[in-house]
Design a protein around this ligand. Sequence first.
Ligand SMILES: CC(C)(COP(=O)(O)OP(=O)(O)OC[C@H]1O[C@@H](n2cnc3c(N)ncnc32)[C@H](O)[C@@H]1OP(=O)(O)O)[C@@H](O)C(=O)NCCC(=O)NCCS
Length: 144
Amino acid sequence: MNISYSHSKDDIDVVELKKIFQRVATWKMPTDIAEWEEMLKNTPLLVAAFDNGKIVGFARMLTDYVRWGEIYDVVVDKPYQGKGIGKQLILRLINHPKVKRVRTIALGTKDKTSFYEKLGFTNVNKYGGHYLILVRKERDHELE
Ligand SMILES: CC(C)(COP(=O)(O)OP(=O)(O)OC[C@H]1O[C@@H](n2cnc3c(N)ncnc32)[C@H](O)[C@@H]1OP(=O)(O)O)[C@@H](O)C(=O)NCCC(=O)NCCS
């Protein structure tokens, strides 16, 4: 195993990335590759992990680079989980020089709270806060 990391969109094979999500993600993602390409194009900051050039992990941040950042779509392919790759992906997003000024970085998770707490995130729900979402269920037939 020879893991390297990159912030470059040019290094990402979108078809292979989509397959990782199909294997490990528990949330819906687009079926259409053109939509994947659009998603990546419009993502200000991403990071991917590679094993000898093959993509094995991914995470991204939507941010204004000043005040707010939100982390989405954190995945590590099954055989590579538990080896510190997910931790590196998050650290490389939150410590990226362009993100250093960002005051608040948020994320949502159903069952990986302690993974993020170990990286310095605070579970705001325990202080009475609630993370709210608006879901457009009518788009689900185009997702998987
Ligand atoms: C969650 C995920 C990204 C973690 O990546 P990973 O590479 O397996 O995690 P790491 O090996 O970097 O673990 C870092 C630390 O978090 C802990 N950790 C990892 N997965 C955890 C989990 N599911 N629950 C609690 N702690 C976890 C590890 O024990 C490790 O602790 P340590 O630093 O004390 O040794 C990965 O398991 C994954 O892709 N899961 C499926 C998709 C998913 O659920 N993504 C997150 C959506 S919010």
